[in-house]
Design a binder for this molecule. Structure first.
Ligand SMILES: [Zn+2]
Ligand SMILES: [Zn+2]
Ligand SMILES: [Zn+2]
Length: 139
């Protein structure tokens, strides 16, 4: 686990501070996307501003991507290996469970840009599917 944290930070040219390592470790342990408030709750001793800056810089460096799931709070999820600074490759939809409130990446589903009128260039495609996750549906 620790090895993966260091290699990920190194690959994205992020200096490994204790806080950055803690935040990345937290994301590696989660299956769902995390908001700043959720991160704060998980790390009560961490400073809110530092957490916020860590999320922002991870998003810039291609370690995390932002997820807008319609709840009003931006969430963050781990990127896949193809992402780098200023170049995200997270072309997958997100699933927001309206029962447990968790949002997950549907990495296996590839999202392509819709056919756009001439002159429009897509940089990002976002899709959030809302419904009930397997855990909630089965219970
Ligand atoms: Zn990404
Ligand atoms: Zn659920
Ligand atoms: Zn995602």
């Amino acid at each position: 686990m620790n090895h993966r944290i260091l290699t990920t930070l190194e690959k994205h040219a992020v200096r490994p501070t204790p806080m950055r390592m803690l935040v990345l470790e937290h994301f590696l342990q989660q299956r769902s996307a995390q908001s700043l408030a959720e991160l704060e709750a998980a790390m009560p001793r961490a400073d809110r501003i530092t957490l916020y800056r860590t999320l922002k810089s991870f998003a810039e460096k291609g370690i995390l991507h932002e997820v807008e799931d319609g709840t009003g709070a931006t969430r963050y999820a781990l990127c896949q290996d193809a992402c780098a600074e200023g170049r995200h490759r997270d072309f997958h939809p997100h699933f927001h469970c309206t029962s447990c409130g968790q949002t997950v990446c549907l990495d296996a589903v590839h999202l392509s840009a819709p056919a756009l009128p001439a002159g429009y260039q897509a940089a990002e495609v976002e899709m959030t599917v809302r419904g009930v996750c397997p855990g909630c549906a089965g219970g």
